[in-house]
Design a protein around this ligand. Structure first.
Ligand SMILES: O=C(O)CCC(=O)c1ccccc1C(=O)O
Ligand SMILES: [Mg+2]
Length: 331
């Protein structure tokens, strides 16, 4: 009556996606299925190269190991705890999602609103923004080209679209001087329409000083995954970004969300370039735990296909478990 399965997927992604100057050509991961009688749940385990510490092979081995122990424990009517300090983040996240689905703890409704993501060409934003209902919010990756150019583009968009709010992400790429070059282009009257700028500088202290000096709100992303990080209210800090595949179990993510909300910060559930399968689960998590915040999940279009579960409104082709891009893992 109890069973589990593991599937490996590998799908092409568009190489315009730049992850720290590295082009990603394919995205690989695992889908895990757990079943107990009538109940079943699924999760996605997809370490992101350059961001995750674990490789897919390591994640796969640990997943199989955990599933075997889980099955054994359950057959003795015992529980096997899912411990974040013993599992890789991607494994803890995927397994915890599968268990939560199986126990009907994850709602079916998702928040499919997205902050359209722009990787450099601001013209890409006009069309999706004109279609948006409700809060108009877009996200621009900055810090890859000239800081002046980034500032010019952000200022221009804020001027052209008066009800637009922007999220910006610098991935710690600026020195204080570069960050200041960016900020000087943003007219002071527009600065409050920057919801947040993720990690402008190399260190948290430099980012804090930048926020203080220019009155631009910031958010923590990379910092959230560092061991010494504590969620706390700070001047000019508006949000924490949570990428569950890089953080760990659903329980750990929910704790972070609760801590953020308790000190008045937004918690933004965000993509680690999961497949449509994982992204829809993240949309459901966002709906359930951060219902008033647009999640950062606009990464599906980087992929050539959706797998198994589809993103609301997406016209990308869908492939199933029997496609050649998905292979059942022998356990
Ligand atoms: O957070 C988002 O809005 C989209 C996802 C994203 O930007 C991202 C995705 C994978 C790895 C790193 C990043 C990043 O925040 O730079
Ligand atoms: Mg970021």
């Amino acid at each position: 009556m109890r069973s589990y399965n593991l599937y490996h997927y590998c799908i092409p992604v568009d190489s315009q996606l730049i992850l720290r100057n590295r082009f990603l050509k394919k995205r690989e991961g695992l889908l895990v299925q757990v079943k107990c009688g009538e109940n079943e749940g699924w999760g996605e385990i997809a370490p992101l190269p350059e961001f995750s510490q674990e490789t897919l092979e390591q994640a796969q081995r640990q997943t199989i190991d955990w599933l075997k122990k889980w099955d054994q424990a359950r057959s003795c009517d015992e529980k096997l705890p899912l411990k974040d300090d013993e599992l890789y983040p991607s494994v803890a996240f995927g397994l915890s999602c599968a268990l939560a689905e199986m126990k009907h703890e994850l709602g079916s409704q998702g928040n499919y609103q997205v902050a359209p993501l722009c990787y450099g060409d601001p013209d890409e934003l006009y069309e999706p923004l004109s279609q948006m209902i409700g809060e108009k919010v877009a996200k621009i990756k900055v810090g890859m080209y000239e800081a002046n150019r980034d500032g010019l583009i952000a200022d221009m968009l804020l001027e052209a679209i008066p009800d637009l709010h922007l999220r910006l992400d610098a991935n710690r790429s600026w020195t204080p001087t570069k960050a200041a070059m960016f900020a000087k282009y943003i007219k002071p009257a527009y600065r409050s329409r920057i919801q947040f700028l993720e990690e402008p500088c190399k260190t948290r202290d430099e980012s804090r000083q930048f926020a203080e000096e220019f009155g631009i709100a910031i958010a923590w992303d990379e910092s959230v995954r560092e061991p010494d990080f504590v969620v706390q209210a700070e001047p000019h800090v508006a949000a924490i970004v949570i990428k569950p595949t890089l953080v760990g179990s659903l329980e750990k993510c929910v704790k972070l969300i609760e801590q953020a909300h308790a000190c008045g910060l937004k918690a933004v559930i965000s993509s680690s370039i999961e497949s449509s399968f994982g992204l829809t689960q993240l949309a459901r998590i966002a709906q359930q735990y951060t219902p008033n915040t647009v999640p950062g999940l606009d990464t599906l279009d980087l992929m050539a296909y959706q797998i198994v579960r589809t993103w609301q409104g997406s016209t990308l082709p869908v492939i199933d478990l029997d496609s050649t891009f998905i292979v059942k893992v022998a356990i």
